[in-house]
Write a protein that binds this ligand. Sequence first.
Ligand SMILES: Cc1ncc(C[n+]2csc(CCOP(=O)(O)OP(=O)(O)O)c2C)c(N)n1
Ligand SMILES: [Mg+2]
Length: 284
Amino acid sequence: MNKYSIKQLEEIANNIREDIIRMLVAAGSGHSAGPLGLADIFTALYFDILKHDPKNPDWSERDILLLSNGHCVPVRYATMARAGYFDRKELLTLRKLGTRLQGHPERVRLPGLESTSGPLGSGLSQACGIAIAHRIDNILNRFIYVVMGDGETDEGNVWEAAMFAGNNHLNKIIAIVDRNNIQIDGPTEAVMPLENYKQKWEAFGWYVIEIDGNNIEDVIDACAMGRAITEKPVLIIAYTIPGKGVDFMESDYHWHGAPPNQEQALKALHELRTLGGKIRSEHE
Ligand SMILES: Cc1ncc(C[n+]2csc(CCOP(=O)(O)OP(=O)(O)O)c2C)c(N)n1
Ligand SMILES: [Mg+2]
């Protein structure tokens, strides 16, 4: 089933990062840090983990992927285009008037999006609804993946859903929190401390796995383990580096909602191309 080697996936993730930079500089607005940090997770999802068909986005047996932190959608668009959902040229329409690629995802515009998001805190509740519906319909072969931001989990609604999923043993839910330690106004632990994060989720009835979210193999393995857990919903705490791959953006919360200017984009692309060269040379 694994069509790609880890090295090939790393190369794809690096290409996706380049596309994110191109999209953001063309748009002149948007979020840089989260999408760059999530590129490895999205590559792993679309190129290995998810059961899906880019040519048939409504396939009735597909897994569901909800992007609850909708502001990170550039990474989803860039990954979907690489996976064959639409032409990569369309990526440059990000945030333009009338585009299918809105700054926050709109389900009805683009086939393959499962939800409209942007207002934080809703994705896990939506996952609970889908999981319950599948249970009622006796659908056992579809998983529901939800990606959330760590700052997003300041929202009370997340914990209501967490309690509901734990109580109902919604074992088809695999939630991934982008634990990048930043949110809009600063480091998470300065704005609203989340620790001890693992124990909090465990107390709500979840099976928790901690991984390096910039390690594609870790992401794939954690999701495989998550699918094998039958008695609880699964939370993957994915530690990522916001702005990953672009030196001057890494771990700086000011890049949460800022795009690169022309000069910064050229610098970023140069750095990513160098990284791409390194990944390729490791192949040989
Ligand atoms: C309900 C709601 N409140 C506030 C916002 C504004 N907002 C957008 S992103 C964000 C920060 C979220 O932090 P995190 O999920 O950690 O995202 P990251 O900065 O890591 O990309 C906030 C407060 C929103 N989109 N929705
Ligand atoms: Mg964050």
